[in-house]
Design a protein around this ligand. Structure first.
Ligand code: SF4
Length: 384
């Protein structure tokens, strides 16, 4: 293994990311944030299992109030992802150690306000409440300005992901804020490796949070994460990581076990690398969190994986997402996309919505759509 690079070191609660600190393992609770007892119990169990930073979902003032109560009852390091409402920062900052903002989500609220003013606000909050930031760039919610600059001849999303991250890092530099790390996530392990390796080359000083987004359920979700994260860590890149897995709220420890497996493999040189062969059929699903709109999401994601196994040699993408926050955007590039509402599941083909179906009928509908795609694909390969 190459010697780890030495980035700047940032303080996150009672832990550090970067510098000479060990790689920090992160995870997220999937309990309802307003269920304070269950959330504190889940946080403490994950901290006990080795998570150095645990994310909690906050979408409303009620969630923020619950988070304040959670903060009083646990000593674990906590973080929050702002999603589309950057103004929540001020409400959550007193209760957390790190806040993640997504450059691609900043335009949602107050679209006429330039993103730089929004980042000014976030930095001011971070300074006032003594918290670190993460600039979290994600393939499914890329800044629309960067998406529109994308070279149509380049199938990879690597360049726009990288450009978005670098733009924000440059801006944070320009206003003298250094207490942040960066993540550049995609559901494709090769893109994660390419984007992060290039970022590390251009900005060797900035700590990187590694992860494969929507990696899916184990074992495939673990394999995809291993391919990307082991490759990067073996190059000495990566100061903190999260393995996102589609598992029930009670099974989140699996993310820490997978992270520990990755770190042990890198230490012993037993990495699987990018040459590892995954089936041609790319199945992605979100890890689920407290925003999941129906408790049957994980069961649905597993049912979809099982019901589409017959198509494993076809180069299609199937995406199953748990809620409306990331569901509509992150299914746009899937051949078969599903995102969950409270009672019905929206089925899509690319950006076209096919319909909304009950949880009972949607698996058959998705399989029907997939069979149709296979038929089209086969006849394009063997025109009669
Ligand atoms: S898509 Fe999944 S992980 Fe993302 S916010 Fe929704 S439920 Fe949570």
């Amino acid at each position: 293994m190459t010697k780890r690079r030495i980035t700047r070191k940032i303080k996150v609660g009672n832990a550090f990311i970067g510098g000479d600190a060990p790689v920090l393992v992160q995870t997220m609770v999937a309990t309802k944030t307003r269920d304070v007892d269950a959330t504190v119990a889940a946080i403490d169990a994950l901290a006990e299992a080795g998570a150095g930073l645990i994310r909690v979902a906050v979408d409303s003032k009620d969630d923020a109030a619950a988070l304040a109560e959670i903060r009083k009852r646990t000593t674990a390091n906590l973080s929050v992802d702002l999603q589309e409402n950057y103004r929540l920062a001020e409400l959550v900052a007193p209760s957390v150690d790190k806040i993640r903002y997504n450059p691609g989500h900043l335009h949602h609220l107050e679209p006429s306000v330039p993103w730089e003013r929004k980042v000014d606000y976030l930095v001011d909050v971070a300074r006032r409440f003594d918290v670190a930031l993460r600039v979290g760039v994600n393939c499914g919610s890329l800044d629309p300005a960067k998406r529109s600059e994308r070279d149509p001849n380049d199938a990879s999303i690597c360049d726009p992901l990288l450009a978005s991250a670098l733009e924000h890092v440059d801006y944070l530099d320009s206003i003298g804020f250094a207490r942040f790390c960066v993540s550049i996530k995609d559901s494709d392990p090769a893109t994660v490796v390419m984007a992060n390796a290039r970022f590390a080359e251009l900005r060797p000083d900035v700590p990187l949070h590694l992860g494969v987004t929507e990696a899916g359920a184990p074992p495939r979700g673990v394999e995809k994460s291993r391919m990307a994260l082991e490759t990067l860590l073996a190059k000495g890149i990566g100061e903190t990581l999260r393995v996102s897995l589609t598992v029930e709220a009670s099974e989140k420890r699996a993310e820490i076990d997978a992270a520990n497996l990755i770190l042990a493999n890198v230490a012993s040189g037993k990495t699987i690398g990018l040459d590892y062969r995954l089936p041609a059929l790319n199945i992605v699903s979100c890890p689920s969190c407290s925003r999941v709109q129906n408790g049957r999401f994980v069961e649905l994601a597993r049912a979809i994986e099982k019901a589409t196994e017959f198509a494993r040699d076809y180069p299609f993408k199937i995406a199953t997402m748990g809620c409306r926050v990331n569901g509509p955007g992150e299914t746009d590039d899937a051949d078969v996309g599903l995102w969950c509402g409270p009672d019905r599941v929206n089925l899509k083909s690319g950006s076209t919505t096919i319909g909304a179906f009950s949880y009972e009928e949607v698996v058959d509908k998705a399989v029907e759509l997939l069979r149709q795609k296979i038929k089209e694909y086969d006849s394009s390969k063997n025109p009669s």
